[in-house]
Design a protein around this ligand. Structure first.
Ligand code: EPU
Length: 336
């Protein structure tokens, strides 16, 4: 099924709640609906607007926004302890996590409460508390608009990295993700190594799937603003990955600075939230926009902000961190 909207206000379709408009928005249910749509017309300008949780509109959009709404979960099969599923792109990510936890399936519990839909998860390889979606994802199914066909990529071909994938690079603006496949596990494999997770899980009586989900939800709720109350797009910046020598020089001045190994052993990942916080910007406010007072990596709309105001604050944050620590921080959110 396809549903169309014209000259639509996007404020309820982006988690920053900025009031830009789109000339047209098309909701599609199944991959077949999407294929039929592209067979019928070839829009000159289009893009995917999924849950709108990682996007900042700075202007009205004069093309066609494509939004997946199919939510079906299909069991593909079981191999040993692994349970393989295919999930349509329009399902809320956290509804999938709840579904898995209810069925005693391990693998995505640490990704509880990440806002967004399933189809968006592979694009930036969503991650939290020591787990990334690439750890459980097996394949991504999409419509290739350039080729005019459905296609599929196995995990290895998706080129996943920290908040990175082929869908943000070569395939950007070329494909519409319709479904994602995962291999979950019947065998308990708690991952409690990150931050407060172990303590919060112990406080709930031990490492069961439900306790881990509850602990992660509690930690997230305590730090990250609820988009229904305060417009935001989660982490606005990526954690910077710097040369080991840069990290060492900073650690000499700030021994308490959080730092983590990076995929490249010659590099170190720093915590942008800490850098922004230590640059004195946590809770900083400029008119309608601000730096969140409990997690400095998150920029918030206090009400009525335009995309341009958010960008202006983001530039100021980047510049201040650069001046104080000599480190560049890149935006994680898509800016349109
Ligand atoms: N920190 C501060 N002040 C702050 C924020 C953080 O000192 O205002 C320090 C923390 O105390 C900690 C370190 O910085 O030592 C890292 O902070 P945190 O554990 O909160 O995680 P993060 O690196 O800031 C990343 C992800 C989050 C994810 C958390 C938990 C990115 C860009 N962000 O944040 O993802 O939930 O780890 O795994 O990688 C998102 O992408 O939207 C998102 C929320």
């Amino acid at each position: 099924m396809i549903r169309e909207f014209y000259d639509i206000n996007l404020s309820e379709r982006n988690s920053f709640h900025v009031s830009q408009r789109a000339a047209r928005l098309v909701e599609f249910d199944t991959a077949t609906d999407l294929v039929r749509f592209f067979e019928r017309e070839q829009p000159e300008r289009w893009m995917v607007l999924s849950g709108g949780n990682n996007i900042l509109f700075t202007a009205d959009y004069d093309g066609v926004l494509l939004t997946p709404v199919g939510e079906q979960i299909t069991l593909l099969g079981e191999e040993g302890d692994a349970v393989r599923i295919r999930v349509e792109a329009g399902l809320e990510w956290d509804d999938l996590v709840a579904w898995a936890v209810e069925r005693d399936l391990w693998g995505i519990e640490n990704l509880s409460l990440i806002p967004g839909k399933v189809g968006a998860a592979p694009v930036q390889n969503i991650g939290a508390y020591g787990v990334e979606v690439k750890d459980v994802l097996t394949a991504v199914e999409f419509y290739d608009v350039e080729q005019g066909t459905m296609a599929r990529l196995e995990r290895e071909a998706c080129r996943f990295g920290y908040r990175e994938s082929i869908f943000k690079q070569e395939l950007k603006g070329r494909v519409v993700i319709t479904a994602v496949e995962f291999a979950l596990s019947r065998v308990a494999a708690p991952k409690l190594g990150y931050g407060d997770v172990e303590r919060e899980v112990a406080a709930r009586g031990g490492a069961t799937l439900r306790n881990i989900r509850e602990a992660i939800c509690a930690i997230r709720r305590s730090k990250l603003p609820d988009t229904a109350v305060l417009g935001n797009a989660g982490s606005f910046f990526k954690n910077p990955v710097v040369e080991a020598s840069v990290a060492e020089a900073l650690l000499a001045s700030y021994p308490e600075m959080p730092h983590y190994p990076a995929a490249d052993p010659a590099k170190i990942k720093l915590a942008a939230g800490w850098l922004i916080d230590r640059a004195g910007l946590k809770g900083y406010r400029e008119g309608c926009v601000g730096v969140h007072d409990r997690q400095a990596l998150v920029l918030v709309n206090h009400g009525g902000a335009t995309g341009g105001e958010v960008i202006a604050l983001a530039r100021k944050v980047q510049q201040t961190v650069k001046e104080k620590f000599g480190v560049e921080i890149d935006t994680e959110v898509n800016i349109l």
